[in-house]
Design a protein. Structure first.
Ligand SMILES: Nc1ncnc2c1ncn2[C@@H]1O[C@H](COP(=O)(O)OP(=O)(O)OP(=O)(O)O)[C@@H](O)[C@H]1O
Ligand SMILES: [Mg+2]
Length: 228
């Protein structure tokens, strides 16, 4: 089981349950899921569409509370209050949403700048460097609606990384990229991981998953080690 790998966890989830809806329309998505992600790990999560990967990432990222079970971040139980969770999320987590969630009225560059500002962080040049590395310098002044889907996805990655989070949670970050751009992005992930940042990446791509040090698969609302 995945939770044997608990030497020095940055995130520990135990007995997570999460569902949607009420009564007969109720769908149970996470069903007693355990996961420990060690500091400095690069973990890939795979599994069929609809199995609950994004739901899990939202719970791990303290965006939403589980119905049952607990999440600990760096040894501290995630506060039940949404406000308490927000502080950890803002200061220590970077999130690449499956649907990007960029602000439509702001340019790509301003999307990243505002994310730094709400965190009280200075622009130390990393955002510009990432824009360049991910082939976005030419389009940084454009608004999301004037960008291709793959460009929007890479802007979302820059926004998630610019404040140097301890934990990067990325929901299918290569899902809309051609192979050259996917490789470039995964090189960045590997590099920041070598520098100590912890990564949990959801992917449908076996090639992308190979960039990670460990792969787990979701089935029946739980995680299992991937044995190729
Ligand atoms: N807000 C919601 N209300 C009701 N059901 C939901 C809601 N969000 C997700 N679901 C359902 O929960 C299940 C898990 O959804 P989730 O988005 O976590 O899957 P996923 O594994 O990320 O899928 P994909 O690979 O397609 O992104 C699905 O059956 C989905 O229809
Ligand atoms: Mg999803």
């Amino acid at each position: 089981m995945s939770d044997t790998n608990a030497a020095n966890p940055l995130v520990s989830a135990r007995g997570l349950c999460k569902g949607y809806g009420k009564g007969r329309a109720r769908v149970e998505v996470l069903r007693g899921l355990d996961l420990h992600v060690n500091k400095g790990e690069f973990l890939a999560v795979m599994g069929p569409s609809g199995c609950g990967k994004s739901t899990l990432l939202h719970v791990l990222g303290l965006m939403t509370a589980p119905d049952a079970g607990s999440v600990c971040f760096d040894g501290v139980a995630a506060p039940a209050r949404a406000g308490g969770r927000t502080a950890i999320r803002r200061d220590r987590i970077g999130f690449v949403f499956q649907r990007f969630n960029l602000i439509g009225v702001l340019s790509a560059r301003a999307n990243v700048a505002i994310s730094l500002r709400v965190r009280g962080r200075r622009d130390d040049g990393l955002a510009g460097e990432l824009f360049e590395r991910l082939g976005l310098s030419e389009v940084a002044a454009r608004k999301p609606g004037q960008l291709s889907i793959g460009e929007q996805q890479r802007v979302a990655v820059v926004r998630a990384l610019a404040h140097r989070p301890d934990l990067l949670l990325a929901d299918e970050p290569t899902g809309n990229l051609d192979s050259a751009n996917a490789t470039g992005l995964l090189d960045v992930f590997r590099e920041i991981n070598r520098q100590g940042q912890t990564i949990v990446m959801i992917t449908h791509s076996p090639e992308a998953a190979q960039a990670a040090g460990r792969i787990v698969c979701m089935r029946d609302g739980k995680l299992f080690d991937h044995n190729p």
